[in-house]
Write a protein that binds this ligand. Sequence first.
Ligand code: PLP
Length: 472
Amino acid sequence: MTPEEFRKYARDLVDWMAGYMENVENYPVKSRVKPGEIFKNLPDSPPSSPEPFESFMKDFEEIIMPGITHWQNPNFYAYFPANSSPPSVLAEMLTATLGAQCMIWETSPAAAELEEKMMIWLRDLIGLPGNFEGVIQDSASTATLAAILTAREKASAFSFNENGASGNPALRVYCSDHTHSSVEKAVRIAGIGRVNLVKVPVDENLSIIPAKLDEAITSDKERGYLPCCVIASLGTTGTMAVDPVKAIGKICTRHGVWLHVDAAMAGTALVLPEYQWMLEGKEYIDSFVFNPHKWMFTNFDCTAFFTRDPETLIRTFEILPEYLKTRTRGQVNDYRDWGVPLGRRFRALKLWSVIRSYGVEGLREKIRYHISLASDLAVTIAREPDFEILAPVIFNLVCFRYRPEGKTEEELNIINEKLIHRLNDSGKIYLSHTMIGGKYTLRMVIAQTNVSSTHVEGAWRLIREYSDKTEA
Ligand SMILES: Cc1ncc(COP(=O)(O)O)c(C=O)c1O
C-alpha cells in the first residue's frame, strides 16, 4: 500500500468510524450469529496475490460485522463494560501508527515516562497513598498474577523463583467465594495450587468477614502452612460487594501477609470523593488494581496496577539477558521488569488523551451520572410488586429478578433464565446474570460511555413487557 493509498483509505475509515460511533445504537447489541457461521464464511486459505483494501472492507462489513457484539452500544448492560471514547480511539490510532514496542525505557523513552506520569495522575486521582508506584498491564488478571507471584516471592524469601516449590511449606492465599476467577487462575499458574486457595466466609452483604479471615490464617500457621496473600475486592463481579480493607489490612499486617486489592471495575468510582470510604485502611494495602478499560472510557486494554513495594515486584520479575542491558538501567523505569510480558504496547497515550479530554470534573460528572441512573432504576424496580432487588446497589450495578406470585424457587430460576435469553435475543439490550444464594439473578450494569436515562428507561420498559409474557 502506497502512502497515497493509505491516506485515502484512512480518510474513508475515519468516516466509517465516526458513522459507526453515531449509529452503534442501531446495531443489535448482542451478535445473533450461530456458532461456526463466521468461520465457514471465511476462505480456507490466504490469497496468493495481493488484494485491494476495498475487498477487505467489503468482507469486514459482510462477514465480520454480523458477528460483532456491540460493546459500545449504550444498551450494553452485560458483564462489566469495555468502554471506549473518541479521545481514546484517536490516541489508539497514533499508537498503532507509531507501532512502538515499549519493553524498556530505551525502546521508547516517552512511553515509559508518560506511563510513569499517568500512573502518578491516576494514583492521586483515586486517592492511593503517595508512596505507591504504578505500571500499566494488559488486564486485571495479569496484574493479580503479578501481585500473587510477588507475594509468593516475598513469603518464600525469593526461594520459589530460584528452587521452585520444593523445600517451601505449602503457601496459602485467601479470598471469598465472590472474588473474581482470575485469582484462582493466578494461584494455579503461580504453582501454589488450587487447594491452597482458602475461601473465607462472607456476611449478608457478601463481604469478607475479617474475624473468619483471621481464624483461617491463624489455623493455617498452626498447621505449618505459609500464608502469603489476601485478595480483598472493591466491587466483586457478581454483585459489586466491597470487602472491608481496613479490618482485613490490620490482619494482614499482623500476620505478615501481602494484601492485594482487586478494584477492577469499582476502582473508577474512587475518583469521586464520596467513594473514598472504600479506601479506609489504604496504608495496609500492598498492591492494587483497577481497569480504566472498564469504566474510565479508555479502550481495552488498559489496567492500572499499583504497589507500595516496587522493589519486591521488580525483584520477582527482573531478568537481565545480555541483549537487554542498557546504559540507563537503574536511572529509569524499565517496565518489562514490572510484570510477565517483555513486549509492551504504548498504552499510556490513550489514558493521557482521555483524562485531558474529559478533565477530572468531566470524569466525575459522567461516573456520578451512571451511579444515579442505577439508583433511579433500583427505585423503580423496588416499587414493582412482582420484581425484587437482590443485592445492595452501591455503584452502577442493579441485581434483580422477576418474581411473579405463586412460583417455586425452581420455577423462578427457569422464568428468569428464559427472560434474559428473550431480552438478549431481541438485540435491543444485553444483560448478564449471576446466582445469589441459589437465585438466578439478572445483572444490569449501567456504565456504558454513552448510556442515558432514555436508554435505561427504554430498557426497563422492555424488561417489564417481556417479563409479563415469560412463563416457567
Ligand atoms: C472484579 C474483577 N476482577 C478482575 C477481572 C478481570 O479483568 P480482566 O479482564 O482485565 O482480566 C474482572 C473482570 O470483569 C473483575 O470483574
